[in-house]
Design a protein. Sequence first.
Length: 263
Amino acid sequence: MHSRPKVCRRLVAASAIGLAIGALAEGRAHASEKSARVRTSEPSAKTVEEMLQADTQALMDAVSSGSAAVWDRLLDARVTYVDENGSLLDRKSLIDGIKPLPPGVSGTIRVTEFRAAVHGDVAVTTHVDDEHETFHGHELRCRYRTTDTWQRTPGGWRLVGAQVLALRTDPPALEVDPDDLEEYTGRYALAPDVAYEIRLTDHGLEGQQTGKKPEPLKVEAGDVLFVPGKPRYRKVFLRDDLGEITGFAERREAWDLVYVKKP
């Protein structure tokens, strides 16, 4: 059999290449169109934020009503949850802990200041949970800053991680006669280069640490002072056997820095 002329072979090859290029281009066009349809069908970041806010509020409502089914539906099997006490809880512990409130106790939790950052199938949210509780006729209020991590699954968005912080506020301040505040004044030393001076002004007590600005001091209880805006700290004054002030412990939670009063 005679072979095809070279010109014919070139034309056939060129035609095959053209068909291949056309098919590839058409395939890419279809893929691009399909991808565009998928992107169009996906909810916007704003829609996801609204959905997650609604789910978060549902979780908080379930705490008040004792509905463990809501938590069972929205928690991922691998969830890691750190509560306001620093305890690490898994899915079973969380669901088992959702129970109706005991007699004499009622309350609501409202989700506020909600924000979400959506990154594809993962979203990080932060919110303040404003809790109002009635405890045997007495009103209580607590606020918590919570950061959650959600993941989109075939069954919907699921909570995979959370950390809760109890937001602190200043305690009520006592009104104290200026004459009774005088004994707290003086200079207190923590180290040779760190001291704290307490003075009595027309506005009450103020304190100043070496190299820092003056700050107001308020009385929480007998021998306990605090600085407004620093609810983690207390100044607990120390006395000797004769009742004379010898210094104060600057307490942050359970840890003390002891300042000694100088003559």
